[in-house]
Design a protein around this ligand. Structure first.
Ligand code: ADP
Length: 238
């Protein structure tokens, strides 16, 4: 459903992404794993449409999102984005955060917000709270609900669980993975946590210095790492 071909991006003289190719099948779960500074967030921002690549092509459902001078802006991409933290507007209540960008009557919006909250297993009573009055795990579920409200066919998750403590982190990750699978939404999870990648993904892409060292199933990447550096990196997950 999404195909990146020869995507490159530099900031000043630093080449952050170097001819990257990536294929995202419909409904799949991909984890992009790699050390800090390897280009993971930049790649997500290019897919979301927050940045333009210097060269290459991004196709979604066979149509160009970026190719030459064609550029589809972020709000027209049907791509959801959940960042690490701070995704919610602090001056809007939980329900208003989820309803942000929805069209329709007040009543229609309320029904939609209720349905979205149920989808992410949040009690609809929380709709009246302010973001700072709910837990970190609940905030991430609200961010996910708000992203799902736009009915994306692709969800980008940029280390969305890293601010949560260990127990909550695993539970929120599993709930998110199940929800996206049920909704048939493909996802790309960026993480520097190898364990998280192995438990979340159907496809793992290992990135280093702006290039993919390996792309494969968790089993392939874990049992047959492409090189010693990848083996050492994944070995840290044990
Ligand atoms: P990761 O998500 O893997 O930690 P990033 O994509 O955030 O990596 O960053 C990759 C490199 O690009 C880093 O060296 C970072 O400093 C640089 N970088 C990212 N965004 C910008 C920007 N807007 N301007 C200049 N340099 C940037």
């Amino acid at each position: 459903m999404l195909e990146l071909s020869n995507i490159s991006k530099s900031f000043g003289s630093a080449r952050v992404l170097d001819s990257v190719n990536l294929l995202i099948p419909p409904g799949s779960r991909t984890a992009i794993v790699g050390p800090s500074g390897s280009g993971k967030t930049t790649l997500l921002r290019l897919i979301a449409g927050f940045e333009r690549p210097d060269s290459g092509q991004i196709m979604m459902h066979g149509k160009p999102l970026f190719a030459g001078d064609q550029f589809v802006p972020a709000h027209q991409r049907k791509i959801g984005f959940v960042p690490q933290e701070g995704a919610l507007f602090p001056h809007l209540r939980v329900g208003e955060n989820i309803a942000w960008g929805l069209s329709g009557s007040r009543h229609e919006k309320r029904e939609r917000v209720d349905a979205l909250m149920a989808m992410v297993s949040l009690d609809s009573k929380l709709a009246q709270r302010w973001p700072h009055e709910i837990s970190g795990g609940q905030q991430q579920r609200v961010a996910l609900a708000r992203a799902l409200a736009q009915q994306p066919s692709l969800m980008l998750l940029d280390e969305p669980f890293s601010a949560l403590d260990t127990g909550l982190r695993a539970a929120t990750r599993k709930a998110t993975a199940d929800l996206l699978t049920q909704a048939g939404v493909a996802s790309i999870l960026v993480t520097h946590d190898q364990k998280e990648a192995l438990s979340f993904a159907s496809q793992i892409a290992v990135i280093r210095h702006g290039r993919f060292a390996q792309i494969g199933s968790p089993f392939e990447v874990y049992s047959q790492p492409a090189d010693e550096e990848t083996a050492l990196f994944l070995g840290d997950a044990l």
